[in-house]
Design a protein around this ligand. Structure first.
Ligand SMILES: Nc1ncnc2c1ncn2[C@@H]1O[C@H](COP(=O)(O)OP(=O)(O)OP(=O)(O)O)[C@@H](O)[C@H]1O
Ligand SMILES: [Mg+2]
Length: 495
């Protein structure tokens, strides 16, 4: 007998066995059909047991998620669409929760919110699968924020410090450097054992490419996953992107790792959600956003936290970005996010055009919990510096009227101008915390009192070179720092 004949015989045997045990009976499967499709959504009839957020599988291979239920019809947002999807296409419930592959194989990769590679690489080898929507960690599993997360940005690390597990909003008008702050922070995690996820929502392709290339050229892609739903992606995917990014980081957090997630940006995310909700005829509320937009963002950001030691001690720090129009922070989405997060870094248009970059407005920025995590040394020094700076900002207003000032005020203003020069920082130049200590000590010791603002840059680069070589750490005594800094700069402390 030839081999295929053996096979054929085997098959016949199996069929015979199956027929012998076959029980005729009623099998109920639910099949709906597409009524209309377009703008990234679809309406279907005939799926009576569909529930919110169920996944639907269409016979042409398309996928969608239930987003609205009416008595006769089911509305869904498309997650994958083929050309063949039209009215009349059959559809059934997939009986699967929406999940994404997670694990170390995602490092260095660019993926979409369903985990499909966008970098022409192979499918990521999943360490596990994780649902996009999960409950946020229980209070008893959480710890207070206690470890600093250094951004490498002078103004932030000293005046608006961030801790691991904190949610810090980056807010400001377009083009003022919000994404740059987030990128700098990721680049600064190099060698610090923090896994990062950069979520790009509804961004132009050029921005997406720039972001990936910047991360790659600074060696930051190897510990980062870039999750992209660009402007041309289906709105349903844009809506899911932050949840998918969160799930990727959450997996590492539960393994006891420190993670950082950037959501760039949630104003676009809210607009996409509004678009989908209006198309699916959900009732609009304030600014035409659906009433649950607050809970959508709160649910997302509540998942960022810091676990206590009994739960592995992992953390997820979240840097959501939001855009304002003409500096107005009192509009709906920004106020929501300000109230959900643990603080905000506010970027100001006038500071930006005035050449103070990063254009962070200290008076409108706050970190509600990061101070607890700040190293006591930095906290002491930064506290003294901050008083000077706030006083200077107030005094400077008077100088605009050409008023004659007392000598002491003149000094305060001169020191303030120097300080402002120190706080300027180019993008993509994150600095070590030891360097921050060095300049704080130099400033507080008055070494720069007679320095012209124009000479500050040179002094700072000397400090940076020397401090990296010196091996001094924050644990060294203050006097040692004082002496070292004065020696490096060749400047004497104020008497
Ligand atoms: N610290 C800085 N020093 C000098 N220029 C900066 C600095 N930070 C940002 N910029 C410049 O500001 C511009 C906008 O930066 P960025 O793209 O980070 O801002 P954004 O707020 O994310 O803008 P968008 O609205 O396009 O998302 C860029 O051209 C960048 O080079
Ligand atoms: Mg940006």
């Amino acid at each position: 007998m030839k081999p295929e004949e053996v096979d054929a015989a085997g098959l016949l045997d199996r069929q015979a066995a199956w027929l012998e045990h076959y029980q005729p009976g009623l099998r109920i499967t639910e099949q709906g059909s597409v009524v209309s499709v377009g703008d990234g959504i679809t309406w279907m009839s005939g799926l009576p047991s569909a529930a919110m957020e169920d996944i639907l599988a269409f016979e042409d291979g398309s996928r969608a998620m239930v987003f609205d239920l009416t008595e006769e019809m089911v509305g869904a947002v498309l997650l994958h669409e083929t050309e063949a999807l039209t009215a009349g296409t059959a559809v059934h419930l997939a009986h699967r929760a929406l999940s994404i592959p997670v694990g170390d194989s995602l490092l260095g990769r660019v993926i979409d919110p369903l985990g499909r590679p966008l970098d022409r690489g192979p499918e990521p080898e999943p360490g596990a699968w994780r649902r996009l929507e999960t409950r946020s960690p229980a209070i008893m599993a959480r710890d207070l924020v206690h470890d600093p997360l250094y951004t490498g940005i002078k103004v932030i690390d000293t005046l608006i410090p961030i801790g691991k597990g904190q949610r810090q909003l980056l807010i400001g008008d377009e083009g003022l450097g919000r994404s740059s702050l987030a990128l700098d922070t990721i680049i600064n995690q190099r060698g610090k054992d923090v896994y990062c996820v950069y979520v790009l929502i509804g961004q132009k392709r050029s921005t997406v490419i720039n972001t990936i290339e910047t991360l790659r050229s600074y060696g930051a892609l190897e510990y980062t996953t870039v999750l992209v739903a660009e402007a041309s992606a289906l709105p349903g995917l844009q809506h899911l992107a932050p949840f998918a990014g969160c799930a990727v980081a959450e997996y590492w957090m539960q393994q006891g790792r420190d993670t950082l997630v950037v959501y760039d940006d949630l104003a676009t995310h809210a607009k996409t959600y509004r678009e989908l909700s209006l198309l699916l005829r959900r009732p609009p509320g304030r600014e035409a956003y659906p009433g649950d937009i607050f809970s959508v963002h709160a649910r997302l950001l509540e998942r960022a936290t810091c676990f206590n030691a009994a739960h592995g001690g992992g953390s997820m720090t979240a840097l959501p970005i939001v855009e304002t129009k003409q500096g107005e922070i009192a509009t709906y989405i920004p106020t929501n996010l300000i109230s959900i997060t643990d603080g905000q870094v506010y970027l100001d248009h006038n500071l930006f055009v005035g050449g103070f970059r990063p254009a962070i407005d200290i008076s409108k920025s706050v970190s509600r919990i990061g101070g607890q995590a700040q190293h006591s040394r930095i906290k002491d020094e930064a506290g003294r510096m901050k008083l000077d700076y706030l006083q200077f900002l107030e005094l400077e207003v008077f100088t605009r009227f050409g008023a004659r000032l007392e000598a002491s005020m003149e000094i305060a203003i001169r020191r303030g101008r120097v300080l402002r020069e120190i706080l300027k920082q180019d993008r993509l130049t994150p600095l070590s915390i030891e360097f921050q200590m060095a300049w704080l000590v130099a400033y507080n010791d008055g070494l720069f009192d007679d320095t012209e603002p124009a000479d500050i840059r040179a002094h700072l680069s000397t400090l940076e070179k020397q401090v990296n070589r010196s091996g001094l750490t924050l644990d060294n005594p203050r006097e040692q720092w004082s002496e070292a800094v004065s020696g490096w700069l060749g400047l004497q402390p104020r008497k």
